[in-house]
Design a protein around this ligand. Sequence first.
Ligand code: SF4
Ligand code: F3S
Length: 105
Amino acid sequence: TYIVKDECVKCKFMDCVEVCPVDCFYEGENMLVIHPDECIDCGVCEPECPVDAIVPDTEDDPDGKWLEINSKYAELWPVITVKKEPPADREAYESETGKFEKYFS
Ligand code: SF4
Ligand code: F3S
């Protein structure tokens, strides 16, 4: 499966949702996640994200943290299939890391 990581938090470009053939993106207030059981591993969303927030779960997620976050919130949040306006202040957060910890807990 593919997963969405920290780069998406407070950024939410939403270019990804327009290309997913199975509509498996789910929207929270601060980020999107992919439903790991619905993702068919096509990979088309990966190059669409301008901030490289989308990766295969085999990459860059050694302890499974992001897979767990994607699994959990995909069950709680509504599906999103159409791109909306990204947050107006998104640039202020672009270079920050650890955003999930800062803005979710
Ligand atoms: Fe959707 Fe394909 Fe991306 Fe999975 S890899 S989230 S199926 S676009
Ligand atoms: Fe997030 Fe990138 Fe999609 S910033 S909303 S994963 S295009």
